[in-house]
Write a protein that binds this ligand. Structure first.
Ligand code: GDP
Length: 464
């Protein structure tokens, strides 16, 4: 108990990430206090003191400019007028608008938040009903939710590419999602950034982890190197800071963990994400050859029935947490470890919290379940994730671990079946490859030593 308390005090004192003394309104945010009790060890990655002071400055700005403040009301007036009025621009904002599933949303919110930090803007989230009750408010004494009476809300759903205008208005829509075009990507050019500084309201629809490309904008370079001396931990720090499970989600997480996972000596998380309509018949083989080759899970002795070799123990040595929309992989693994003893004598328990069948990202309880499972994966000792899945990216980032990635299956079984990620950072899919100065294309993955091509997708880059 003493050491748990010590860890708790230590963590609270180094960072407000887990501080609990701030009144967050009706929601008490139990996870802010308790998450440390569920992580077996504290993160070995410490945020830089510069990042901590930047976050504290940001919190003050957000409190001063947040919804319903006088500054916010003035800014809304200006927004409605459509003109930039130099006298009333004491606060500038960036509004995040969702696309796609929860993983995509969490990595894009993180990207927009870092952009807000770099440009002294206040981040507001356009939260539809499908995302309500997922997270605690991250910033003290204020809210990050865009108020319902925000003027242009009705336009958010429809806007896509080419919302560009030559004049500088009081607001701009920016589209940074998978189908963005050349003009949208000019966002990543220094010249455009200089212009955007003057626009008080930026509304960004995004589904991607575009954050690595912020590291390629020269005007942000110096600040970013002070904020993140260790580039591999950007999402780890910002994600843990921003995304604390709401009380409702926290209860679901802790009940599941206490009931099924807590007793195991080692928890192995396996995230199975199938993008094809028809899953490949090789997926189960791939999972087993990966986990056995990497010695995460023992083989079974098919010659013997269960209970024949070692005296049965009450305890589970290893718990496997499978997350998937489908129940198939759980059923197969359950059957395997249920019928035969393992060659090492270890007892393996297999668990899957849900099998939702298909993605329904506009449904609130479906997203709550997704968040529960992403978080449970982030509590595992080892992680096996599926290539190209942002759901897995969030889990690995919050966990603070380079996962074993199950390589994408096309027609044949990939060999090797999986490989260790080069970093725990999410991958930026469909990144721009344009050199703004030379006006030519460029291999973005070779420009700086800390950005590389992703290991799970050739048209992506990541920090490492
Ligand atoms: P990605 O599509 O794999 O990059 O991840 P996203 O999270 O953006 O979108 C997939 C969505 O499908 C998730 O947000 C969930 O809504 C659902 N989903 C996919 N895999 C799982 C899973 O293992 N468990 C649950 N509960 N939902 C899942």
């Amino acid at each position: 108990v003493f050491s748990v308390v010590l860890v708790f005090i230590y963590q609270n004192s180094i960072t407000r990430f887990i501080s609990s003394d701030i009144d967050m309104g009706e929601e008490s945010c139990i996870s802010r206090k308790e998450s440390v009790l569920y992580r077996k060890s504290s993160s070995p990655y410490k945020p830089s003191s510069y990042l901590l002071s930047k976050l504290s400055t940001y919190e003050k700005l957000h409190e001063q400019c947040g919804p319903h403040t006088d500054s916010y009301k003035r800014s809304i007036k200006q927004l409605k007028s459509g003109r930039i009025d130099d006298n009333s621009t004491d606060c500038r904002y960036v509004v995040w608008v969702a696309e796609f599933g929860l993983g995509n949303r969490m990595i894009s919110i993180t990207s927009v938040f870092l952009y807000a930090l770099l440009t002294d803007r206040v981040l507001l989230i356009n939260q539809e009903h499908d995302m309500s009750n997922l997270f605690c408010e991250p910033f003290p004494n204020t809210s990050w939710i865009l108020p319902h009476d925000f003027p242009f809300k009705s336009k958010f759903k429809k806007f896509k590419q080419k919302n560009h205008d030559d004049k500088l208005p009081s607001s701009l829509f920016l589209y940074l999602a998978h189908e963005y075009d050349h003009d949208d990507k000019l966002f990543f050019c220094d010249q455009d950034q200089a212009l955007l500084t003057k626009v008080p309201w930026l509304i960004i629809k995004s589904s991607m982890y575009f954050l690595p490309s912020l590291f390629l904008i020269s005007s942000f370079e110096q600040e970013l190197s002070k904020l993140f001396p260790d580039k591999e931990t950007v999402f780890h720090h910002l994600g843990r800071y921003l995304f604390l499970p709401s009380d409702r989600v926290w209860r679901l997480i802790t009940h599941y963990y206490d009931d099924y996972l807590a007793k195991a000596e080692k928890i192995i998380g396996i995230q199975v994400r199938i993008f094809q309509d028809k899953p490949s018949p090789y997926v189960m083989d791939q999972i087993l050859s990966c986990t056995q080759k990497e010695k995460l899970l023992p083989e079974v002795d098919t010659e013997k029935p269960i209970g024949s070799s070692s005296p049965s123990k009450n305890q589970t040595d290893k718990a496997v947490l499978i997350t998937s929309l489908s129940p198939d992989y759980y059923k197969k693994m359950m059957k395997m470890y249920g019928q035969h003893p393992t060659k090492t004598g270890e007892v393996v328990g297999v668990y899957q919290p849900s099998h939702e069948g298909k993605q329904r990202s506009n449904n609130n309880s479906h997203n709550i379940q997704a968040w529960v499972e992403i978080y449970l994966l982030s509590l595992c000792d080892e992680l096996v994730t599926s290539a190209q899945s942002t759901f897995g990216y969030v889990a690995q980032g919050l966990r603070g671990m380079r996962p074993l990635i199950l390589y994408k299956i096309d027609d044949t079984k990939p060999d090797p079946p999986c490989g260790r990620g080069i970093s725990m950072e999410p991958c930026y899919h469909a990144h721009p490859i344009y050199n703004c100065k030379a006006k030519t294309t460029v291999d973005t993955a070779t420009l700086v030593p800390y950005v590389r091509q992703c290991e799970d997708i050739s048209w992506g880059i990541k920090l490492f």
